[in-house]
Design a protein around this ligand. Structure first.
Ligand code: NAD
Length: 236
């Protein structure tokens, strides 16, 4: 513990689910954590729409003004869907790419201006980047999460000379609201998912948070431009 004492972290989409677990874990390790989310129900949360570059730039400015610095960015905000491609509207495509991929680009660019040597970005990809959704269908989601891997590699290399590391975590089926909103969230859908996972279970958000925290910590100093798959064996 306390590997992140003195560090300031910003987590996009940290109000619930995996982002909330990441925020809690980073704080346990000693980081000062700022949560940015569309949902500002919690008074400490900074209003953030990752699809709006002005909102992202303002959140970065607020973080640095309040805490003097920012060391860690977690690009976690994401949305999903379940739509066959022939029914997939233009609007739905742009919305999903806008949040999941363009949003991570905007945040990386705007927070990247403030990151110093020793800084780290952790992007949340998905096993959807590595294989097609089954039984659900979400082409824009799959493409957005594959794009996150390219973003991770490119920035990992581009910002290595600045001493900034950029990595991604690709979670498997993790027990959060997004998962329950995908598909019908019917018990039989969840059962089907579980049956396909070698460990026969959904992943707990804390298990993703511990990987993110590791990648953000000095212990991972040689790791950059990489993707860690945390999927209970699904893609093995
Ligand atoms: P979630 O729906 O529980 O939480 C997502 C959060 O992002 C919410 O708080 C939401 O308000 C916020 N958000 C949405 N749009 C935003 C925007 N435009 N600007 C700022 N915040 C916004 O989802 P989750 O399951 O915790 O997912 C977190 C991340 O993990 C996502 O990127 C998701 O794609 C990814 N992921 C989830 C799973 C899973 O099985 N749950 C698997 C692989 C990857």
């Amino acid at each position: 513990t306390d590997t992140l004492t003195g560090k300031v972290a910003f987590v996009t989409g940290g109000a619930q689910g995996i982002g909330a677990a990441i925020s809690a874990r980073l704080a346990e390790e000693g980081a000062t954590v700022v949560v940015g989310d569309l949902n500002t129900g919690d008074p400490g949360t900074v209003a953030l729409d990752v699809t709006d570059p002005a909102s992202v730039a303002a959140a970065a400015k607020t973080t640095v003004e309040r805490h003097g610095r920012v060391d860690i960015l977690v690009n976690n905000a994401g949305i999903s869907n379940d739509t066959p491609t022939l029914d997939h509207s233009d609007e739905e495509w742009h919305r999903i790419i806008g949040v999941n991929l363009t949003g991570a680009f905007f945040a990386s660019r705007e927070f990247g201006r403030h990151l110093e040597s020793g800084g780290a970005i952790v992007n949340i990809s998905s096993i959807a980047a590595l294989l097609a959704g089954r039984p659900e269908r979400h082409v824009a989601y799959d493409v957005s999460k594959a794009g996150i891997i390219a973003l991770t590699r490119t920035l990992g290399v581009e910002w290595a000379p600045r001493g900034i590391r950029v990595n991604a975590v690709a979670p498997g089926y993790t027990d959060t609201p997004i998962l329950r909103n995908v598909g019908s969230s019917a018990p039989e859908v969840l059962d089907e998912w579980r049956s396909q996972v070698p460990q026969s279970r959904l992943i707990d958000p804390d298990e993703i948070a511990s990987v993110v925290t590791y990648l953000a910590s000095p212990g991972a100093s040689a790791i950059t431009g990489q993707v860690v798959v945390a999927d209970a064996g699904y893609t093995a």
